[in-house]
Design a protein around this ligand. Structure first.
Ligand code: RB5
Length: 144
């Protein structure tokens, strides 16, 4: 199950991402927001972060204007590694090396086609483990 979330800036792109993921066979769960003129990204960043950290969803996608605010909020939840990506290479490496579990992007930064390329790169990659596991463990052990 893939967790999806956005604020008002990302609603349309979220629908397109959902359609794309479902066409590839992924099941998606939408944590909001619905179509609206204004909403607060922390609500949706936290909701998707908790869904992924609890194991309810395996991975997540978050969208706000830049991807920044909503990913910062998701990263407040322990166990979340949310990354903002504006191109596919970072999205792929974020999975392979950092075991990122949420990808975020900005609806005011990337267009539909680039967003779907980022999604493909993220979901098409696998965590490599090994020396990267040690580094992810070190990251997880950093105390706030
Ligand atoms: C909303 O205007 C905007 O601040 C929000 O979508 C996001 O970009 C925050 O990081």
């Amino acid at each position: 199950m893939i967790a999806l979330g956005c604020d008002h800036t990302g609603y349309e792109l979220k629908q397109q991402v959902r359609e794309h993921l479902e066409s590839m066979g992924y099941e998606c769960k939408d944590y909001g927001c619905g179509q609206c003129t204004a909403s607060d990204y922390p609500i949706y960043g936290e909701a998707v972060g908790r869904a992924v950290a609890s194991g309810e969803c395996e991975l997540g996608v978050l969208i706000c204007g830049t991807g920044v605010g909503i990913s910062l909020c998701a990263n407040k939840v322990k166990g979340v590694r949310a990354v903002v990506c504006s191109e596919p290479y970072s999205a792929k490496l974020a999975r392979m090396h950092n075991n990122a579990n949420i990808v975020a992007f900005g609806a005011r930064v990337v267009g539909r086609d680039l967003a779907l390329m980022i999604v493909d790169a993220f979901f098409g990659a696998k965590f490599e483990g090994g020396r990267h596991q040690r580094r992810v463990d070190m990251m997880e052990s950093i105390q706030p």
